[in-house]
Design a protein around this ligand. Structure first.
Ligand code: ADE
Length: 484
């Protein structure tokens, strides 16, 4: 992205993640390979170039997040807090050249012309993003408004010539259809497609990183494996919009197993009456156990508890399941009795290789399956659904939107509900007046500082009113920040 000041390319090395203490120190999430390097390239500037300062790292608060002192500028705690979410840029020239000839700064790749190996023009590089298992290149096609996303591997991108401003791309078979414009799958057009065809958004997305992008093996998709009695319920709503497009692009993959296929009696029974009596039916341990074992989950030895065979260590890391699923995917059972699903659990799942989800039906699952395999029980809320499938769809939706490349403008994630413990501020858009109601003046003032302050105040007000539990936790964390 070009600096408004001197029009030279810049790289975003980090983003302000809140105020720290009372002396105008800040928490900064670093995008550099080594987080401590966030302060190593001299002065940083804000996106609009209106503020410039240096930083001294005081300590690492948590992995990738540093407490820094701002040098050459005096800001109050409130002013730093109002800068939450502000991206910090350094000049591209301040960064060292990549050490390896196979390594590139994302920023250097953006805007390059992409052509087929035979020289025909393919399009322009919009963005490069790390999809968790490797780097992917977003290319805006030359003769269409569509974009494609290809793995940044030697096989698919055999040549990068920065001097000539060109990359050669060998798109994987079937990726580029010749469907005329307007005949694109509606879900793709409605979803991230609209954003991804916008070069501004896509550029912002990947100009954020100072990490180098080594050519590597094709990334594996994030793998969702669902054990269910109703496999036809999947992908269901996840076949549309953002998740549907990401499924088409193999950012994530879906594998459903019909639990009934593992029943052994002639009636294919999967349930039986509860031991000790009572209403309803219980899912049988032998049937569900066989389904899990078919995926390579082994469970604990006889008599051991889940602690001795914790999830997911009950499977040797790195091993491949018989059906080639990543065996170190966490194994979850969706049930109203589970631990409430949180945004932090969702984020952790998004950074892993995938998830295996067991969907219950009837009164529930024989408890021995849960302890034997050390299964993590998760609830999506304090209400009872007729089965785990809708809950699995909710969980997957929450995770998939966080996978790299799914959202067109991932910087919006920094401001949404539950980030830093607060609910999101209210949004407005045109028309300026609707039903006699105007947009709040501050939002049309163009004053970024005041807008940020107003939004922060609104986040606090809404959280305090609607979620006293979150508000108490937020206040306690703020207080401990001041005490440090
Ligand atoms: N299955 C039934 N109700 C559920 C809930 N609230 N959360 C997760 N799974 C469920």
């Amino acid at each position: 992205m070009a600096s408004p000041a001197d029009d030279k390319p810049r790289i975003c090395v980090g983003v302000i993640a809140g105020a720290h203490g009372v002396h105008g120190e800040a928490r900064v999430r670093a995008f550099t390979d080594d987080p401590f390097d966030v302060a190593a390239y001299g002065e940083v500037e804000t996106e609009d170039g209106s503020l410039r300062f240096s930083m001294t790292v005081i300590r690492e608060a948590k992995p990738g997040v540093l407490v820094v002192a701002l040098e050459g500028i005096t800001l109050s705690r409130e002013q730093v807090q109002a800068m939450n979410g502000t991206q910090l840029y350094v000049s591209r020239d301040a960064l060292p050249a990549p050490e390896d000839e196979d390594e590139f700064y994302y920023a250097d790749l953006i805007g390059l012309a992409a052509s087929y190996p035979d020289g025909r023009p393919l399009g322009t590089v919009l963005a490069v993003a790390d999809y968790g298992a490797g780097d992917m290149v977003d290319i805006k096609l030359a003769h269409s408004s569509k974009t494609i996303v290809v793995p940044f591997t030697r096989e698919v991108v055999p040549s990068v010539d920065l001097k000539a401003g060109r990359i050669v791309v060998n798109p994987p078979g079937g990726l580029i259809d010749d469907a005329p414009e307007g005949e694109v799958d509606a879900s793709a057009a409605k979803g991230a497609g609209a954003v991804m065809t916008d070069p501004t958004d896509s550029t912002a997305q990947t100009a954020q990183t100072a990490q180098t992008a080594p050519a590597s093996d094709p990334p594996s998709p994030w793998q969702a494996t669902i054990l269910t009695l109703f496999p036809d319920m999947f992908p269901g709503p996840l076949g549309f919009s953002l998740a549907g497009r990401a499924l088409d692009q193999q950012i994530w993959a879906l594998n459903t197993l019909n639990i009934r296929d593992f029943a052994t009696d002639k009636h294919h029974s999967v349930d039986d009456t509860p031991a000790g009596g009572g209403a309803g039916m219980v899912m049988r341990a032998d049937v569900v156990g066989a389904a899990l074992e078919s995926l390579g989950y082994q469970g604990s030895a006889k008599g051991e508890t889940a602690e001795k065979a914790p999830n997911p260590a009950s499977i040797s890391a790195g091993e491949k399941a018989p059906n080639s699923l990543p065996l170190n995917a966490p194994l979850l059972y969706l049930s109203p009795r589970g631990k409430p699903l949180s945004q932090s659990r969702v984020k952790a799942l998004a950074t892993g290789p995938g998830v295996t989800v067991l969907c219950g039906r009837f009164e529930g699952l024989d408890e021995r399956v849960i302890t034997h395999f050390g299964i993590e029980e998760v609830s999506i809320g304090d209400y009872v659904l007729s089965g785990g499938e809708p809950a699995a769809l909710v969980l997957l939706d929450a995770v998939i939107r966080l996978l790299p490349g799914v959202l067109g403008a991932p910087e919006t994630l920094a401001e949404e509900s539950f980030e830093d413990g607060l609910l999101e501020y209210p949004h407005f858009t045109r028309p300026a007046q609707w039903q006699g109601k105007p947009i709040p003046d501050v939002l049309t003032s163009g004053h970024h500082g005041r807008i940020a302050e107003w939004r922060q105040a609104e986040r606090e007000r809404i959280t305090k009113e609607r979620r006293p539990d979150l508000w108490r936790r937020y206040m306690a964390e703020e207080q401990s920040g001041k005490d440090e």
